[in-house]
Design a protein around this ligand. Structure first.
Ligand code: HEC
Length: 121
């Protein structure tokens, strides 16, 4: 009986852990790549989370003039990511899926490694 309860609680905790909530400090450091590259890790995150709305060919057009569809633009508009994703969590907007904690950690590590574009434009 008690074992069932413990297993249930453990499952509940494991489940919420996967939901991508929580602060960066709580993220398992192994949950994100140690040395993320633009092509392999950053581009897919931006494509998945931002460019559906922020790119010239996006559904609503390039919202507010911000585009994140190339590495140059991600670097150029990095401060806007800092503000909307990390500081106030306003982007992606309510209703759209937010970045998971490991995606945020991936962005952070890439920033700390110098926002390196590699061979990507
Ligand atoms: C579902 C569509 C959608 C997605 C996805 C989305 N945005 Fe936005 N974004 C908008 C809209 C609409 C506005 C303008 C109105 C507003 O501010 O809500 C906006 C405004 C902005 C602005 C300028 C206004 C401000 O709040 O400072 C920035 C910067 C921004 N988005 C960054 C991002 C980033 C970075 C991502 C990905 C992590 C992202 N957005 C994902 C729709 C989206």
């Amino acid at each position: 009986m008690r074992t069932t309860l413990i297993i249930t609680l453990w499952l509940a905790m494991a489940w919420t852990g996967c939901a991508g909530e929580g602060t960066l400090e709580e993220v398992d450091p192994d949950a994100a790549p140690q040395t993320p590259t633009y092509a392999e890790h950053i581009a897919p995150i931006m494509k998945h989370r931002c460019t559906a709305c922020h790119a010239p060919d996006a559904q609503p057009g390039e919202v507010e003039g911000y585009g994140y569809e190339t590495c140059d633009k991600v670097v150029l508009y990095w401060q806007s990511i800092e503000d909307t994703v990390f500081k106030v969590s306003s982007m992606p907007p309510a209703g759209a899926e937010r970045l998971t904690s490991s995606e945020k950690l991936t962005l952070r590590r890439w920033e700390r490694q110098g926002l390196d574009c590699g061979n990507s434009p």
